[in-house]
Design a protein around this ligand. Sequence first.
Ligand SMILES: [Zn+2]
Length: 229
Amino acid sequence: MRNLFRDFLNLFFPDLCVVCNQRLSEGEEYICTDCLLSIPKTNYHLQPDNRLEQFFAGRIPFRHIAAFAYFVKGGSIQNIIHELKYKHNPGIGRFIGELCGENIVDSDFISGLDLLAPVPLHPKRQKQRGYNQSLEICKGISRVTGIPIDSETVVRKVNNKSQTRNSRFDRWKNVEDIFALTNERSFQGKHILLVDDVITTGSTLESCAKEILKCEGCKISIYAVGTAG
Ligand SMILES: [Zn+2]
């Protein structure tokens, strides 16, 4: 009965591919098979000293850096990220996260990783959006790789007065610091994969990684769904 109702609805409001807007076939989710196959993957996870690693070299100490696919203007990754960030569609984040997970699961890139950490949003922004898109991506990666997620230890600093008075935040007096740690111990001695949606200038990731690296014995790798280069 429920399927009948769904089929009926689908007749008038069909699910469309977020990339090409064509009607999805049965079994397809969010993205049609043609668009899935034409995602421009970087395969950076198989290439030490890839362009992203060169880009971050000297800015932060890291183990590995990779991105799933190239972010091209008007391309599939731009459409997917737009849907994820501005169309209230967290499900597509988990979906693309699973694709990322399948892409890297058997590679050296993920060997030795202890935790996935999404780049946190400012609480105000997260409230507006209803979710952190990077956490949704992490959920997909975690489902495939089995690597647990820690989305609590690193936070984006709170700016409003009532919360900056909170003693937890008193240690971070430098206003230029964007991120803070709530509990250094949970990252101590761990290899963290810091996950973001798209790498552009890298300055947010750099700042977040620097904060995480304050934890003793901690190692950082970075992964994003999209990269400009
Ligand atoms: Zn399509």
